[in-house]
Design a protein around this ligand. Structure first.
Ligand SMILES: NC(=O)c1ccc[n+]([C@@H]2O[C@H](COP(=O)([O-])OP(=O)(O)OC[C@H]3O[C@@H](n4cnc5c(N)ncnc54)[C@H](OP(=O)(O)O)[C@@H]3O)[C@@H](O)[C@H]2O)c1
Length: 261
């Protein structure tokens, strides 16, 4: 890799929101370290980005629900003197009640959405603070403002990521290092297909494109605010209204809607 170019590390790089982050960051002259489980898709994306943008790209096949994989990636981040951007994006959803859900899958979700981003952030911080610049984007969700039947741990882990990011941003004020909790609503990607949800049941107005989500995120990072970035006016309004919505209404609406999917 070229030592002069800033390095961006993106988890969940091969699809959806993560892939668009890679494309946008490469087009802005970042070298990239691509992280996901599927080695073939990582290699294909590496070729695409190198040919399209002339930047240096390395792949890091890893399952971030596995402790040793997270440790190896954390060590790599800590050694990367040109580290400038960390995007903690890898994630997945489930749709079972907690009683019916696979315990291993639920534990994997907690690892992937909370422990992995926390450990990678801690590993990245010394480098970013030394350089007095850089950014960490934690991909949370509009779900972080909610709770939901059949989605208990998804909402809870995304709330962790959002609150974690807000606290860390306050801690890093004035250091030159920025932190963002990116909170998209429904976004076109492989997410719902992997989860087995019939996307036809979700109204068209609720969908965002992954490109608009990432462009909104990067514009907010450049501006330096807001820390909690909610792409799309419709979701800004939803999040605003949720502040005043009684919790029993949220329980009724999310319970009924998810049971019907
Ligand atoms: N799409 C939405 O509507 C939506 C809304 C709000 C928030 N989000 C959040 O946005 C983030 C990205 O989601 P997306 O919609 O872009 O999903 P996606 O298209 O399904 O992409 C998920 C990415 O994460 C990787 N990944 C999954 N499990 C992994 C693991 N155990 N270790 C390492 N990498 C893993 C996948 O690659 P491999 O399978 O090869 O590992 C893939 O690159 C997630 O955190 C999600 O919760 C999505």
């Amino acid at each position: 890799m070229n030592d002069v170019r800033p390095l961006a590390v993106v988890t969940g790089a091969t699809a959806g929101i993560g892939k668009v982050f890679c494309e946008r960051l490469a087009s802005r002259g970042h070298d990239l370290l691509l992280v996901a489980r599927d080695g073939n898709r990582l290699q294909a994306l590496k070729r695409e980005l190198e040919q399209g943008h002339g930047v240096g790209v390395e792949v890091f096949p890893a399952d971030l629900t596995i402790d040793t994989d997270v440790s190896l990636l954390a060590e790599t981040l800590a050694r990367s003197v040109n580290l400038a951007v960390l995007v903690n994006n890898a994630g997945f959803g489930t749709r079972d009640s907690l009683a019916d859900a696979s315990p291993a899958r639920q534990e994997a979700m907690l690892q992937l959405h909370t422990m992995a981003p926390m450990r990678l952030t801690q590993a990245a911080l010394p480098v970013l603070l030394k350089n007095q610049r850089g950014a960490i984007v934690n991909v949370s969700s509009v779900a972080s403002f909610l709770f939901s039947a059949n989605n208990v741990n998804y909402c809870a882990t995304k709330a962790y990521l959002r609150v974690f990011s807000e606290g860390l941003a306050a801690e890093l004020a004035g250091t030159g290092v920025r932190v963002q909790a990116l909170c998209p609503g429904f976004t076109h990607s492989e997410f719902h297909q992997r989860m087995g949800v019939d996307v036809a049941e979700i109204p068209g107005w609720m969908w965002l494109s992954a490109t608009s989500v990432v462009d909104t995120s990067l514009a907010a990072l450049e501006r330096g605010w807001p820390v909690v970035c909610v792409p799309g006016l419709r979701y800004k309004i939803v999040v605003f209204l949720l502040r005043f919505t009684p919790r029993w209404i949220i329980a009724r609406v999310t319970g009924r809607r998810l049971r019907s999917m």
